[in-house]
Design a protein around this ligand. Structure first.
Ligand SMILES: [Zn+2]
Length: 307
């Protein structure tokens, strides 16, 4: 009898463990689908003239259909380390870490680089796939800090102008701000990121470096010096750029404190879904502003992803 009880116990625990692992799996799948839909929504909202449609193929891979009819893969579904994501990223990798909208006072913890991972396939299709193609999209913006060459696609140049106008207003009231901005250190530069072979966002003319300091870059100094610089960096500059759709390189463990990069999808995801865990009782889009445009996109995303 004792033996039968033991066998029964083992069988019961086995069945229970199967059930709980299936449950955990379903929960993860729901999280994944919810996150996929959120990513697609923020991308379609922030690149309205560049993304025409979305598509799901028979194997379940999701693509953005770009204005030039090229397809950009959303998720390659490969297991990757943080470093591999930097070198071989898809759109899902780029939006995985939520960008913190609150000001920070020290270098981010290791492995936290929200916005530093980029999908080159996406950037090339939006801003230009070669030096010549990017150059065709560049316009000159006359600003208080000089003439800036920036990409006109998707409002990048307009938003840079807006951010610099606002910053120059703030700087007039506060010389400390001016001293962190001017002289600026460059926008367009068709180059790779040192020691990586990866194109810099400056190559797409979507990034600006403000006034340079020896403690600005993770390769120029140690974490302590970087942290000190972050702790005195004016929050007003960071907030102004973020409001215009730029991420700040100061919020990366691989800090790049003088660097601001136009990535409106990262900012919008943080705003709408940053403090918004996926739960059973909530719709996946809760957190984003609902209007006619978003409603149509939500329906489209549901119909394609749920099929
Ligand atoms: Zn830069």
């Amino acid at each position: 009898m004792k033996r039968l009880a033991k066998v029964l116990f083992i069988v019961m625990s086995f069945l229970l463990s199967i059930e709980s692992s299936i449950f955990a799996y379903e929960e993860n799948v729901d999280d994944y689908i919810c996150n996929t839909k959120r990513d697609l929504l923020v991308l379609m909202l922030t690149y309205p003239e560049c993304i025409k449609d979305i598509e799901k193929d028979e194997e379940g891979f999701i693509y953005l259909i770009m204005q030039n009819n090229n397809k950009v893969l959303y998720d390659d579904k490969k297991e990757k380390s943080h470093e591999q994501k930097f070198y071989n990223s898809d759109l899902q990798d780029t939006l995985e870490q939520i960008y913190p909208l609150d000001m920070i006072t020290d270098v981010m913890e290791e492995g936290k680089d929200p916005g530093r991972i980029r999908s080159y396939s996406f950037l090339s299709n939006v801003y230009g796939g070669s030096k010549e193609a990017v150059q065709k999209n560049i316009i000159n913006k006359n600003t208080y800090y000089g003439t800036m060459m920036f990409n006109k696609i998707n409002g990048a140049a307009d938003n840079l102008e807006k951010a610099l106008n606002k910053v120059s207003e703030l700087a007039k009231q506060n010389t400390k701000i001016y001293n962190f901005v001017s002289p600026t250190s460059g926008t367009f530069n068709y180059r790779v990121i040192k020691d990586t072979g990866q194109l810099s966002p400056h190559a797409f003319a979507i990034a600006i470096d403000l006034k340079s300091d020896p403690a600005d870059y993770w390769k120029w100094c140690n974490r302590e010096k970087g942290g000190n610089r972050i702790s005195i960096y004016p929050e007003e500059i960071v907030k102004t750029f973020e409001e215009c759709g730029f991420v700040w390189g100061g919020k990366w463990a691989h800090f790049d404190i003088l660097h601001f990069e136009y990535r409106p999808e990262i900012i919008l995801k943080a705003k709408c879904f940053g403090n918004n865990e996926v739960t059973e009782n909530k719709e996946w889009y809760e957190g984003c502003e609902i209007n006619q445009d978003t409603e149509a996109l939500i329906q489209k995303i549901n119909s394609i992803i749920d099929k």
